[in-house]
Design a protein around this ligand. Sequence first.
Ligand code: SIN
Length: 488
Amino acid sequence: MEERQYDVIIIGCGLAGIYCALNLEKSLKVALVSEGSIKDTNSYLAQGGIAAAITAKDSWQWHFEDTMSCGHYKSNPQMLKTLTQNAPEEIHNLESLGVVFDHNEDHSYMLGMEGAHRLPRILRIGDYTGKAIMESLWRVVQTRTNIQVITDFFAYEVTTDGMGDSSVTGICNEDLATIYASNIVYATGGMGHLFNRTSNGKTINGDGVSMAIKQGIHTRHLPWIQFHPTVFYNTSGAQEGFLISEAVRGDSAMLLNEKGERFMRNYHPLLELAPRDVVSSAILTELSKQSSPHVWLDVRHIGSRRMKMRFPTIYRYCKEKGLNLDLDLIPVAPGAHYSMGGIAVDSVGKTNVDHVYAVGECSSTEVHGKNRLASNSLLEALVFSKITAKEISRMKPIHEKVIQVHSPISKQIPHYEVELKALSIWMDENMGIVKNYPEIARMKKVIQAMIDEPVEFVQINIEDIKCNNALIVMNEMLDQALQEKEDD
Ligand code: SIN
């Protein structure tokens, strides 16, 4: 067992994790640990961009109001004010770190339109905004001598005494490793892969939220999952969870049902640019009336030339699937996309346990309310991870102190005869856009009984940890869903 001491351990290398690392005082010794590479993060996959009231025609107050209304007025107003007021500054910060957003010929920002925004305010880099930002910031991370990157570190247990002695234990290159720090930051991403149909990367299955629950950290709003309306529906093979960005609808793409009708006319005055939850549930209604399991996205009037220029990743993907975008329609259906809930944090990212923080999608800052406004997620990752970094940086570095070795960590874990795939299909069917509460209540009892009385224990391994994590997060999510229903 290896032992190392840091000031801060950040678990997760998505945008929130790396931006937090970059904004920590350079005198602090930081470990950035992650299960996979930056390419496995949702941030890297993000096609659409970052919303910011960056021009004189816009205002942070409008951005605030659009977010509030899209989220059903469930956002925390103070946090949302912080988010929207800080947006332009974070855009400029990214630029100073080497990020180049799309510009018009007159050098003004080329701003995109997305659902429920009152005007175009999305800064983008083609349809690979996340990839471009992550690659720029990753280059900066590699120049920072105080940040040690440890990839292939699958964290599974965090311990803390609440006074600055904490540890993260994980499986690192098939060995167990424990690293120690004064402060722990969860930046572990969302929970999309608890669902079968999802736009999320394969490592995004709530492992961090589960670790936090095991550590006694409070979570909230776990059932508030956003379903993206237009995940590519592969009509002839496995579902790969490829997203057709909302930006394409912002560029005038239309949704058609099996009969070729532009059905959004029957649901919302903003048509395809209605809030995401409205569009996704409209699609679900259409699917219930037709035999085909998908609807169509029509970009024929946009044309393949413009699609190739504005959305090269999507253009390439569709081409690989044999679609000619001048002639063919794109098959799409909703999929789990974003977790509005997560680890409960205060205005500086603190959890209920001292010296433990959470940033990015795994955290619940309550800025998004019940339905996130498009392109506010990378923004949240930037604004709040920086605030958390500043908060941690106020503390004195203590990495020179002698470490306390914690009590031995169990190497045996429960093994359940459960298939994650089957669970994720159950989630689609019962915890999706429409919730089946009697079935949720039944499943909650089944999972609780499994957790309470494991019948078999095995040597620790990633597969079983992932299964345990999924059961723990689902158990909590189902519990919160039933509680919400009761409070309604
Ligand atoms: C998209 O490009 O449609 C996703 C952007 C987001 O989730 O805000």
